[in-house]
Write a protein of this length. Structure first.
Length: 263
């Protein structure tokens, strides 16, 4: 199938009609896949035919997602490939850990067709004047430096794909500054800058880079940020992952350097 000739002006991932085999034959790595949006995305990508690489720090939780993917096989319309567990602690990993992951992906698959930067830390909400410096450094490292490092080491695998997609999950507070969002808000601004810089540098390659704000969802981070909110009134994570899948499939081929919304 020839992918459509999309442009930033016309493409909206919310309007894409996803096929059952939308991601068939594609290898997709997802960070933070053990809960919330990351877990929902991992299951949806597998359901749509992707070989999912589960990148996270807690092996027991990664194994639980692995089992959940395998359980999809009995009910799936399309083929559900076996996922791969890739332990990596974004807070504590050193250069050798990143290199080992990249080498393992190249050895097993020979390429990487998609990379979703979902893992993030909220830290806490408070005025910058009083913000705790160690927490600032930790949040900026996990939310910005780690995605940069992971993308950098995986670029050879992404370049080996005929159509690779990198998606950074963003936030509304990373597109318009809002008081008291501290390191998290600033880190999401940095993520947008990282996305734009990479997209421009990779413009003439087979690797496209975009960002997407998933919006309000029933997640632990949302509960942490809004403790008084009735979280049951929010959409479940499964309701917001469709646009991410759309950005990972070939229906979004040619779209790069864009900041999208899921809601």
């Amino acid at each position: 199938m020839t992918p459509p000739d999309n442009s930033a002006e016309s493409f909206d991932p919310r309007q894409v009609s996803l096929r059952n085999d939308e991601l068939a034959g594609r290898v997709i790595a997802i960070t933070g896949p053990t809960a919330g949006i990351g877990r929902a995305l991992a299951l949806e990508c597998a359901r749509r035919g992707a070989e999912v690489v589960l990148v996270g720090r807690n092996v027991k939780k990664l194994e639980a997602v692995y089992d959940a993917v395998l359980q999809l096989r009995s009910n799936a319309v399309s083929r559900v490939p076996e996922p791969t567990i890739a332990p990596l602690d974004l807070e504590k990993a050193v250069a050798g850990d990143y290199d080992a992951l990249a080498a393992a992906i190249m050895q097993q698959f020979g390429r990487l067709d998609g990379l979703v930067h979902n893992a993030a830390l909220l830290g806490y909400l408070g005025p910058l004047e009083d913000f705790d410096v160690p927490t600032w450094v930790k949040v900026m490292h996990v939310n910005v430096t780690a995605p940069f490092a992971l993308t950098q080491v995986l670029l050879p695998a992404l370049r080996a794909s005929r159509d690779a997609s990198v998606v950074f999950l963003s936030s509304a507070v990373g597109r318009k500054g809002r008081a008291y969002w501290g390191a998290y808000g600033v880190s999401k601004f940095a993520v947008e800058g990282l996305m734009q810089t990479l997209a421009d540098e990779l413009e003439n390659t087979t690797v496209r880079v975009n960002s997407l704000n998933p919006g309000r969802a029933r997640t632990q981070m949302r509960r942490q940020a809004y403790p008084s909110e009735s979280i049951d009134t929010l959409p479940p994570p499964e309701a917001v992952v469709g646009p991410i899948v759309a950005l990972l499939g070939n229906q979004s081929a040619g779209v790069r350097g864009c900041a999208f919304e899921a809601q």
